[in-house]
Design a protein around this ligand. Structure first.
Ligand SMILES: Cc1ncc(COP(=O)(O)O)c(C=O)c1O
Length: 395
């Protein structure tokens, strides 16, 4: 379902095939919702996974000071040593494991982290296992770098996380490894206790890469998420300041890589990006002093989650996947007749609530699901629930 290549009219020759990746539908929906808002419509944003809050105060203050006093030139390609140390300290304390600053690579959002990791680990034509439903950009970034996504169907029995037999199948097919996210996007589901350790062991035994997207760590509502680093010194961990730290637009994230990968990733980072944004790195150092504020924001997500888990089923959305973490609810909409794309479009047009159709996350079954992001302000989330309930009453 790749986008068609544009016609050659006005171009000297055909574009590279890798440019024909699918759009990130979340961003297309956001574009449409913003356009409606600018035209005067009263829109509630539940389409994008982004906090309704700014960066923590300490991060903004540190950035303001840097703006006033610093040159803000290029930094080291792997990131400011002070930030790498702060990230290593944060992870060591959070997970109670030793993480050395040398293994931390600061990136322009986790998005750039995926590009660096995929380029370093996968040769042209090689495949990487991806759970489905899952974050759509994994598939598109892989295609853009000349590698192949190998989708793994997940289900409720495995709590929508791949299993050991999936690892065995990947090995048999000659895949390069597996990418995992727990909590996952769009489902919000988390691996059952012990599952990550089992998968990490199996991947190590089969000599396959483990890439763990830990971007939603910190946003768990029951048990804390487990890090891949606790189970494998070969894992590549991807993380970001976008979600828990409420800093989407600053475009700052990080990787933790095995020692042997530091220099290859550094060479890629030097050539592709030179360095991550200097002011965003300064802000990120400050963000670690904002944990109290971030925990208060998280309590707001927990209240949104509890309210929606009560109100949406009452409104008729009775089939929602277990919302263990992140800030998403993934709900089945088949009983309303329309496919999820038509359902989401009608919801935006008729009641001004923007949500994302499941096809972004799951090309196979996504027409039956939609994703709600509940990271917005509590008053907005309550108003969305009210609008949805009265809208669905007529369906
Ligand atoms: C699972 C997952 N990984 C990665 C990203 C990319 O985030 P960023 O580039 O802002 O760090 C997102 C954004 O929504 C996401 O949901």
């Amino acid at each position: 379902m790749n986008e068609p290549l544009p016609s050659l009219k006005g171009l000297p020759r055909a574009l590279a095939r890798r440019s024909a990746i699918d759009p990130f539908i979340v961003m297309d929906v956001m574009g449409e919702a913003n356009a409606r808002e600018q035209a005067g419509a009263d829109i509630i944003h539940m389409e994008v996974g982004q906090p309704g809050t700014p960066a923590p105060r300490a991060a903004r203050e540190r950035a303001a000071k840097a703006l006033a006093n610093d040159r803000l030139g290029y930094t080291e390609a792997l990131g400011l040593p002070r930030l790498r140390e702060a990230i290593a300290r944060y992870m060591s304390e959070r997970y109670r494991i030793a993480v050395s600053a040398e293994r931390v690579v600061v990136t322009s959002g986790s998005s750039a982290g995926f590009v660096l990791a995929f380029l370093a680990l996968l040769d042209t034509g090689e495949s990487l296992g991806l759970p489905s439903p899952g974050y759509p950009c994994y598939r598109q970034i892989l295609k853009a770098v000349g590698a192949r996504p190998r989708l793994i169907e997940t289900n409720g029995q495995g709590r929508w996380i791949p299993t050991i037999s999936d690892v065995e199948a990947l090995k048999a097919e000659g895949a390069a490894g597996l990418l995992l996210a727990s909590p996952n996007n769009p489902t919000g589901t988390m691996a059952l206790p012990g599952r990550l350790a089992e998968l990490a062991r199996a991947l190590k035994r089969e000599r396959l890469w483990l890439i763990a997207d830990e971007i939603y760590h910190g946003l768990e509502y029951d048990a804390p998420a487990d890090t891949a680093l606790a189970h494998s010194d070969e894992a590549i961990v991807v993380n970001s300041f976008s979600k828990y730290f409420s800093m989407t637009g600053w475009r700052i994230g990080w990787l933790v890589v095995p020692e042997a990968l530091i220099r290859p990733i550094e060479r890629l980072a030097q050539n592709l990006y030179i360095s991550p944004s200097a002011i965003a790195q300064e802000a990120a150092i400050g963000a670690f002093d904002g944990i109290e504020e971030l925990e208060a924001i998280k309590r707001g997500y927990a209240r949104n989650r509890a309210m929606l888990l009560e109100e949406l089923p009452r409104a008729g959305l009775t089939s929602i996947l277990p919302a263990d973490g992140a800030f998403y609810l993934y709900a089945e909409v088949t009983r309303f007749g329309a496919d999820s794309e038509a359902f989401a479009k009608a919801m935006l047009r008729e009641i001004g609530v923007a949500i994302t159709p499941g096809i972004d996350f799951d090309p196979e079954h996504g027409r039956s699901y939609v994703r709600f992001s509940y990271a917005g302000p509590e008053a907005d989330m309550r108003e969305a629930a009210r609008r949805i309930a009265s809208w669905l009453k007529g369906k």
